[in-house]
Design a protein around this ligand. Structure first.
Ligand code: R5P
Length: 286
């Protein structure tokens, strides 16, 4: 059975359809003191595939409860799909006394599952923090689907080197265009982003800026501003994980973005493509 976390209900339903598995209907409640209670009433299967994006502290607790609930109900084989893994960017201790949060989260998740599927983790190295087998799923190719046909001399640009592979995947799926990447520096205290442009020519071209995550939108809007200065024709933005916190959408619009395309690893208004087919391949047949 596919068991959705509350933040991944669209993706879980699509995955149930793709794989021919039944979809469980969990309940997501709270006690009067604020403690969570996620349950899976009627769960009756040997196998559970839990699909839960961990984009909030509550979502982490909920995932641990769902894992425990299906084990309690008799699941012998538990797969945990994490469409977007929150805390994955805290993959090292960056300052005095700081934890490696990604490791702490991965250790906790490992106790309730037999394997983990991570959709486009920020760094694949984060997989090493889990104590169970981990597979990374690449859902980026689907981001090419909503792009208009006939882009003008397209350039697929990553805001930093880390996203260059994702940009290349989208370019390959689109079937035409060049790739390049900027260099990025983020001030850790202020969060301010500076991108150092590559020498890629953008004038008169349609540019698709591709990143794995858009969170505050600072990286994207800075990149788009540089492209506007260089006379790019249209600028599209695409990301696997449209976290889009705070005023990110407005920031991107103000920077001149024509369209934001994201996947359903984080369910937002711009989540127009689904990671379900890629996840289904990794989950395998019933
Ligand atoms: C970082 O290296 C990631 O690839 C993204 O560029 C980053 O997470 C985006 O964050 P924000 O939208 O807050 O600039």
């Amino acid at each position: 059975m596919i068991v959705p976390g509350s933040s991944s209900q669209v993706l879980a339903a699509a995955l149930a359809e793709e794989t021919g598995r039944a979809l469980a209907t969990p309940t997501y409640d709270r006690f009067p003191d604020g403690e969570r209670l996620a349950a899976v009433p009627g769960f009756d299967d040997d196998e559970a595939v839990i699909v839960a994006t961990t984009d909030s502290d509550e979502a982490w607790v909920e995932l641990l409860q769902l894992q425990d609930a299906v084990r309690e109900a008799g699941a012998a084989d538990v797969t945990t799909v994490i469409p977007y893994m929150g805390y994955a960017r805290q993959d090292a201790s960056f300052g005095d006394g700081e934890p490696v949060s990604a490791r702490a989260m991965a250790t906790a998740i490992s106790t309730g599952t037999d394997r983990v599927l991570l959709v486009n983790p920020h760094e694949t190295a984060v997989g090493a923090f889990f104590d169970v087998p981990v597979e990374a799923v690449d859902a980026a190719a689907a981001l090419a689907d909503p792009l208009p046909a006939g882009l003008r001399d397209p350039l697929f640009l990553a805001p930093d080197e880390g996203a260059a592979e994702v940009a290349a995947t989208v370019r390959d799926a689109y079937g035409a265009g060049e790739t390049d990447h900027f260099e990025k520096h983020r001030d850790r205290d202020t969060g301010a982003i500076e991108v150092s442009p590559s020498d890629a020519a953008a004038a008169g071209r349609d540019v698709v800026v591709v990143d794995d995550i858009i969170a505050t939108g600072s990286t994207m809007s800075e990149s788009v501003a540089v492209l506007a200065d260089r006379g790019a024709a249209r600028v599209f933005t695409a990301c696997v994980h449209p976290v889009l916190v705070g005023n990110a959408v407005t920031k991107l619009r103000a920077a001149g973005v024509d369209r934001i395309v994201g996947s359903d690893t984080v369910e937002r208004g711009c989540s127009v493509v689904s990671a379900a087919p890629a996840v289904a391949d990794a989950v395998g047949p019933v």
